[in-house]
Design a protein around this ligand. Sequence first.
Ligand code: GDP
Ligand code: K
Ligand code: MG
Length: 299
Amino acid sequence: MTDQTRCGYVAIVGRPNVGKSTLLNHILGQKISITSRKPQTTRHRLLGIKTEGDTQAIFVDTPGIHKGSESDKAINRYMNRAASSTITDVDVVVFVVERGIWTDEDEWVLQQVKRADCPVILVINKVDQIKDKSKLLPFLEECNTKMDFAEIVPLSALNGTNLDNLENSINQRLPQDIHFYPEDQVTDRSSRFMAAEMVREKIMRQLGEEIPYAMTVEIEDFKDSGKSLHIHALILVEREGQKRIVIGNKGSRLKLIGQEARVDMEKMFDRKVMLKLWVKVKSGWSDDERALQSLGYND
Ligand code: GDP
Ligand code: K
Ligand code: MG
């Protein structure tokens, strides 16, 4: 370890859909966290590790912190726990909001963020959506009154604008420490977990409103023959009707989900993938703490 060696944890927090996972993937240059237009796409706390020269930043992607009528469900309690406990445990907090809007939910996240005793960087995401950049100024001023942010960085997670600024701002605030992970490691999650998430993303992206919240994916088999991977995934839904929707007419939707997931898997694992999908009804799992634990929602 030299004087320059730095390593630390960076929490990415914010209400659902502001672009936290998109931001993480772009910083890492690799898709490790699934994204979609739907809130609650990210269900698990997940680490994304970036080592560049002397600096290792360990990002913690969190499920969006949300309050609301659904918060009595076990899966929502789990997701809130994962997000709030992270805030007090890191070296830098990156708080993400969207250009031009400061909602009640942002306000609620702000209250959690104020508990952090480390620098908080505010990211104003999706600036690609404003044509006239001067329109951003009043919002910047509003943000400035919320708390004493270490820095405010407007950027676009989607096309990468101003990401360098954010990364510099984070890196200079990381403590001097040895690197906790090997430099080629990108995440703390297993290949099985990644495979399940890739299938879940395709379902989240393709299906209507009711399906995603009531659906999860389990990897039943994951075999590596050296040249190729053989993966069997089980899609769990809550009702018979949902099963029909996921399968689609003559299996057409399930086929599409499988094709798209396989493309992502081959990119991630860098080899040929044989993927088999099944759909099964398992009612009530999202409101049952024990069922959640048996599905790996236990940190
Ligand atoms: P999360 O719930 O905060 O993790 O949000 P996601 O990363 O899943 O993104 C939610 C949606 O916002 C997705 O449809 C993204 O493509 C979109 N999105 C994220 N960042 C940007 C951005 O910088 N610009 C635009 N236009 N869309 C974005
Ligand atoms: K999302
Ligand atoms: Mg996310």
